[in-house]
Design a protein around this ligand. Structure first.
Ligand code: SF4
Ligand code: SF4
Length: 474
């Protein structure tokens, strides 16, 4: 009897990715094998290449149920001309505004991290003037009107001679939440500087590089053992009560076994509001290293969070509705070292509601009970509810008793950026983490490092465009 040949995978759909050799946009089949999701990319020049995208097919499929209509920026900075991803600016075809914007104030750094996507080092001396930074801030406000979250970054931004002025310039604008991205060296060594930073509260937070508790991991990712620096930086931030997020860059086989330990460590510090995990992006000084074998994926880190000894479970680490395939997030109430996750207690429909919404906890008795039990509040009516704003704009505000605030929350975020390996045209159009360029353009994190950051990236863009012509048979 004739037997049909069945495909060795489930064909789930199709996207456009990039050939990781010539960077041409190429068709990519999205296929599922067991619990693994791959792109099968077909390049006319380099043949079929297979890229692992997720190790949790069930979660990956669910992410699309969390999509909500994107919030558009106020203005576009470029025209649609060559097509995505060559028109960044943002162009009118981009589907999401800047939930999180970054302004790089220098390229100078006191470290030379092997994984630096900006390629910064002590030899790089470039520093932006206050006038340039002012223009970048104004471009962001023009695009967003009231930006939700701005990170001042570099290089190492604390080395900018006018860093405090820059932070005050940002505070003087209608920006809801301001963060300083830092490797922590100056924070550890300069108490007077930390005291000055504390004057920027509230609405100010330090985004502190914190990849590991092991010296050998620091040496691999950062080129130096930073264990004591991290400890001293946290002591200084704690002394001034400055809200802090720990940011861990994760590489498979190096520090992916420390996800639980980093969360535990974060809970030792009352000033720490959460941990952000980022798989290493194949960009900058690291370019070419993160092939399949070294690559930590969002799904791997999410699984590690869930399996670690903490109360975050499967339902608590949800896809972020504005960019669900690239960001997973979980919020918990926090009291000391104790956590009570709340994200899983709200129905998906509430979290993807298109209206700017407030969750009135009266509507969700389970959530209400958890808040009251956790904080040992009287279970009587709450007469003076307040709004607990989620840091990320596409999540609703939660109405809570007035004495509960940002310091009573703990957040875990996993943010996976795109590079030639996992590039996907749909995902990049939904990107909500954006750089502001000195020319006043707003460029997604993913395409900025690839095609726009510097002369090298612009040469890559030109090569990609030339390779696109070859793909089209030109
Ligand atoms: S990534 Fe966004 S801004 Fe860039 S070209 Fe594509 S749609 Fe336009
Ligand atoms: S990753 Fe940060 S700390 Fe490391 S070299 Fe780059 S800018 Fe400096």
């Amino acid at each position: 009897m004739f037997e049909r040949k069945s495909a060795p995978y489930l064909f789930h759909g199709q996207t456009t990715s990039l050939c990781d050799q010539c960077l041409a946009p190429v068709p990519a089949k999205i296929v599922i094998e067991g619990n693994l999701v791959y792109y099968l990319k077909r390049c006319r020049t380099h043949g079929v290449r297979k890229a692992l995208i997720s190790t949790d097919a069930a979660y990956w499929k669910r992410t699309l149920d969390w999509l909500k209509p994107g919030d558009r920026p106020e203005t576009a900075q470029t025209r649609i001309d060559l097509g995505c991803p060559y028109d960044c600016g943002l162009c009118p075809d981009h589907e999401q505004h800047s939930c999180l914007a970054l302004i790089e104030v220098n390229e100078h750094c006191n470290l030379t991290c092997p994984v630096c996507f900006a390629g910064s080092s002590p030899q790089h001396t470039g520093t932006r003037t206050l006038a340039e930074i002012e223009r970048m801030l104004d471009a962001l406000v023009a695009s967003e009107k009231e930006p939700d979250l701005l990170q001042i970054s570099g290089g190492e931004p604390t080395l900018h001679p006018e860093i405090l002025t820059i932070l005050r310039m940002a505070k003087a604008r209608p920006i809801r939440h301001l963060m300083l991205n830092t490797n922590g060296l100056r924070i550890a060594r300069d108490r007077d500087f930390v005291r000055e930073l504390s004057t920027l509260k509230p609405g100010f937070e330090v985004y502190l590089q914190f990849d590991s508790l092991r010296p050998e991991v620091h040496k691999t990712l950062r080129g130096a053992d930073l264990t004591r620096i991290r400890q001293q930086a946290l002591e200084n931030l704690e002394a001034e009560g400055i809200s802090t997020t720990l940011v861990a860059t994760i590489r498979k086989g190096l520090n992916d076994d420390e996800v639980g330990a980093i969360i535990d460590h974060a809970l030792e510090w009352p000033c720490v509001r959460g941990v952000t995990f980022q798989p290493v992006q194949d960009a900058g000084r690291n370019e070419g290293f993160e092939a399949n074998s070294h690559r930590a994926l969002l799904s791997d880190i999410r699984r590690a969070v869930i399996e670690a000894d903490n109360p975050f479970g499967e339902a608590d680490m949800i896809p972020l509705p504005c960019n669900p395939e690239s960001i997973s997030i979980g919020y918990a109430l926090r009291r000391g070292r104790q956590l009570a996750p709340i994200t899983g207690m709200m129905p998906r429909e509430t979290l993807v509601d298109v209206l700017p919404n407030t969750v009135t906890f009266e509507r969700y008795p389970g959530l209400r009970q958890r808040i009251f039990d956790f904080f040992s509040l009287s279970s009587g009516e709450c007469n003076a509810p307040d709004r607990l704003e989620a840091l990320l704009c596409c999540l609703p505000e939660v109405q809570v008793p007035a004495d509960i605030g940002y310091t009573d929350l703990f957040r875990i975020a996993i943010v996976e950026f795109l590079d030639p390996h996992n590039f996907c045209l749909s995902r990049v159009k939904r990107s909500c983490v954006h750089f502001v360029t000195p020319e006043g353009k707003i460029v997604p994190f993913d395409t900025y490092n690839l095609f726009y950051r510097d002369a090298e990236a612009k040469a890559r863009r030109a090569a990609s465009l030339a390779a696109r012509v070859v793909q089209m048979g030109g």
